[in-house]
Design a binder for this molecule. Structure first.
Ligand SMILES: [Fe+2]
Ligand SMILES: [Fe+2]
Length: 279
């Protein structure tokens, strides 16, 4: 007696106690009696075909590839505002900081071929879903716990070292890096800005830094944003830590895999899922 795609999506939401499916997560092709799954951070057309050829009952991805998960994606960016206001950034400043990103994601989704990968799964009748925000929220809470354990006199370097002990980050071939700031800087107030669709770039980090946050955590950031922030803040003891995109996504997706295996679904991990997971 396997599970349905709806039940599997709900298991990923249960990890963080949510009832509602976030806008960036969806079932593309429903299925039932699922006993085996191919699970990856990115599963697109070739990997959907692979899942079909290898006889997996489900292809389970982290990143959205189309349909509502792509088209409605900007809705999850509201989390960016929520996280900033939690740290004392005024709401209008927070909205301004994320406005450009929201517009870019809206334009990107609208112009994308939102049918491409889902239509391949439909043609093969291969059950296929993605779950994005919930596993990222799981990872955010792991990072938050590390931040909350740091002592009052901790440095940015101490925080980098503590994060690097998370099994996925420890096992990854990417390192936890300080993109802005020095290891000797005071850690100060830490904003964990993850599980909000994507990173907030320079404008969101700037909003935090201007309103009393000393250290911002992203899982990844672009080179242009790093350069802008370094030019503006490096002499002010502000820090931007990046934990590594795929290793960080693996934290939540490994938890999804553990939960599915507890429910009797046999999982095979590819595409970054499974990093640092002991099975
Ligand atoms: Fe993620
Ligand atoms: Fe990601």
């Amino acid at each position: 007696m396997g599970l349905t795609t709806e039940e599997i999506l709900q298991i990923s939401l249960d990890l963080v106690g949510w009832d509602e499916t976030p806008a960036d997560s969806t079932v593309y092709v429903p299925g039932e009696d699922i006993e085996t799954a191919l699970v990856g951070i990115d599963l697109e057309s070739p990997e959907i075909k692979l899942a079909h050829d290898e006889g997996y009952d489900l292809a389970l991805a982290h990143h959205p590839t189309g349909m509502s998960a792509r088209l409605d994606f900007p809705a999850v960016l509201d989390k960016q505002v929520e996280f900033m206001t939690d740290h004392g950034v005024p709401e209008d400043v927070a909205e301004d900081a994320v406005a450009d990103l929201k517009s870019r994601m809206d334009h990107g989704g609208h112009s994308s071929n939102y049918r491409h990968d889902p239509s391949v799964a439909e043609l093969l009748d291969q059950p296929y879903l993605n779950t994005h925000l919930a596993p990222d929220e799981y990872g955010r809470r792991v990072f938050r716990d590390v931040a909350d354990e740091m002592g009052a006199d901790a440095t940015a370097g101490d925080f980098v070292d503590a994060l690097a002990e998370i099994p996925e980050l420890d096992a990854a071939e990417t390192d936890v890096l300080l993109r802005v700031g020095d290891p000797d800087n005071d850690l100060g107030e830490v904003a964990v800005h993850h599980a909000a669709g994507t990173n907030g770039g320079a404008s969101v980090a700037r909003a935090y830094f201007d309103h009393g946050v000393d250290t911002v955590l992203y899982i990844h950031v672009g080179a242009g944003d790093t350069a802008d922030l370094r030019a503006e803040f490096a002499n002010e003891d502000k820090n931007l830590v990046v934990t590594g995109h795929i290793a960080s996504d693996a934290i939540g997706m490994n938890a999804v895999v553990d939960a599915l295996e507890d429910h009797g679904v046999e999982c095979t991990t590819i595409s970054g899922c499974g990093i640092g997971r002991d099975d």
